[in-house]
Design a protein around this ligand. Structure first.
Ligand code: CS2
Length: 512
């Protein structure tokens, strides 16, 4: 089979969408750090629509991989082209799929192979935006406070190695130094990760790093560069070999790394771009003055419930999100969590009906065509829980409101950290704090009672900060931890949903 390539676009089936702008004239105005499946299924597609609608060819993308060469090796033989497969299922269960070949990725740089090429690209005259999807742990910050971890080995390395940094923060700051030295215009640094106030957080980290190097550089960045906050939303499961085969078969050309996504897409961005921006509104992005309320909505509703589902689902032996949510007790629990404990902590947003948002979200999770693995969402819990669940817990505690469902999600994380599910299958804990968490868990398990153990575990400040001192929180997590240990996920879910009076849970949960 021929490889997907610009020279073969005309041979693609008629129903496959493809670039219609003059690809050869596209400049690289955007450098994207963390060119993984999410960026390719979200930002890049919105950017593609902007290119089609505006014809402004300044906005091609150069991707940067901070660790591995696999994306570059898969995509560059295809001239940077790849396919996005949008998958959904009709009411009768038959899966539907639409394909689009995306063309605005011009190059992929592999940072460890040639860090200087990355620095030069960011410090290039054509570069106007550096966007990031490096996941929560890619920021090397304290998850509970957002402060830069100056004791982090990679950050220490990057402070001392201006020509060969390893982290996104290191590359950005050293490259901004070059831009300043070369008297190039400032740029916009756009975080698109699932962090609260992601732009402000990135700004704080970049300035803290720059301060260590050169306070005048810090000043230059603070004065001239911008860091818009943004909310991104689209479920993008990891691509499998079966996906590669299926997409290539439909294309009639081999695509070594297509990406898969759901139909839903949201992007809300603060309109603060110091050197211009693409017409992303043409691809569905919404430019606003303040993104914080949208971020909070998304992190708490989508990601909070996603993590709760992932830990409970993984422990019960449900490997995919759609399988987990097909269980009536789990679905009733998530519904109640969203409606009764998360939604009341959110500010009113004009034009937004939280009931519709919740119903649509549960429908998104039920999409059987995505095969989104619970294990994928379960990873990196230490980096995710603070903004997904613990901020909500804090707000509920100060309002003296119930936290029972939220506490079950936290207990499910503890339960998951044991490393063996209820069917006896063991798995590795993937988390940058895995060693510290394992130590904390071992100490907790040696405690005299489950309550004392949970009190010990929740004293782990990098994740829980002050929450370990909240007796109501600790007691609620302990009660659920005990139930999960003794009776398992299904019985615990049935208890919580029936005690909350949820009418929908009269039926017994289906078998796994
Ligand atoms: C998920 C997110 O992997 C995870 O932790 O919760 O990637 C989620 O699918 C996206 O944020 C949805 O926009």
């Amino acid at each position: 089979m021929d490889r997907l390539h610009l020279s073969r676009l005309a041979a693609l089936p008629a129903d496959v969408a493809r670039p219609r702008y003059e690809r050869a004239a596209l400049q690289a105005g955007i450098v994207h750090i963390g060119v993984g499946a999410f960026q390719r299924a979200h930002l890049a597609v919105v950017n593609e629509a902007a290119l089609h609608a505006s014809g402004d060819l300044r906005w091609g993308t150069v991707g940067v991989s901070l660790r591995q060469a696999d994306t570059r090796d898969a995509l560059m033989p295809q001239g940077g082209l790849y396919t996005l497969a949008i998958r959904d299922a009709a009411a009768d269960g038959t899966a539907g799929e639409t394909l689009q070949v995306v063309g605005n990725l011009l190059d992929v740089l592999v940072a460890p192979e040639d860090p200087n090429a990355v620095l030069e690209r960011i410090a290039h005259a054509h570069t106007r935006i550096v966007s990031l999807t490096v996941t929560e742990k890619g920021y090397h910050h304290h998850p509970a406070t957002g402060a830069l971890r100056l004791d982090d080995a990679e950050i220490v390395h990057d402070l001392g190695n201006p020509n060969a940094p390893r982290t996104a923060i290191g590359f950005i700051v050293h490259a901004l130094q070059l831009r300043r030295q070369h008297a190039l215009p400032p740029i916009t640094l756009l975080s698109c990760d699932n962090l609260p106030a992601n732009g402000d957080t990135l700004r704080g980290l970049v300035l803290a790093f720059a301060e260590q190097l050169d306070p005048t550089l810090r000043e230059w960045i603070a004065t001239y560069c911008s860091f818009p906050n943004s909310m991104v939303d689209r479920i993008v499961p990891r691509t499998t070999d079966a996906d590669r085969e299926q997409v290539s078969k439909r294309l009639g050309q081999l695509d070594a790394w297509p990406v898969i996504g759901e139909p839903f897409l949201e992007w809300v961005v603060e309109d603060r771009f110091v050197s211009g921006r693409p017409a992303w509104n043409e691809g569905g992005a919404r430019f606003v003055e303040q993104a914080e309320p949208f971020e909070r909505l998304k992190l708490r509703m989508v990601n909070g419930s996603h993590s709760a589902l992932a830990y409970l689902g993984a422990m019960a032996g449900w490997r995919t999100v759609d399988r987990a949510i097909a269980d009536p007790a789990l679905r009733a629990y998530l519904d109640a969590l969203l409606r009764d404990e998360i939604a009341p902590t959110l500010p009113a947003l004009q034009g937004l009906d939280l009931n519709d948002y919740r119903a649509r979200l549960l429908q998104r999770f039920a999409n059987p065509a995505l095969q989104h693995q619970t294990a994928q969402i379960a990873m990196d819990g230490s980096q995710k829980l603070p903004q997904r669940l613990l901020g909500t817990v804090r707000d509920r505690l100060s309002a003296n409101a119930p936290i029972d469902h939220l506490a079950l999600a936290v207990a499910a994380w503890l339960h998951y950290l044991r490393g063996v599910d209820e069917l006896g299958a063991s798995y590795a804990i993937q988390d940058p704090m895995a060693a510290a968490l394992a130590e904390q868990l071992a100490r907790a398990e040696k405690a005299g009672s489950v309550s004392e153990g949970v009190a010990l575990f929740t004293s782990f400040a990098p994740v829980f900060a002050d929450l370990g001192n909240e007796p109501r929180f600790v007691a609620a997590v302990a009660a659920h931890t005990l139930s999960l240990k003794q009776r398992g996920v299904l019985a615990t879910l049935t208890d919580i949903t029936s005690s909350a009076g949820a009418a929908t849970t009269a039926t017994l949960p289906a078998s796994r």
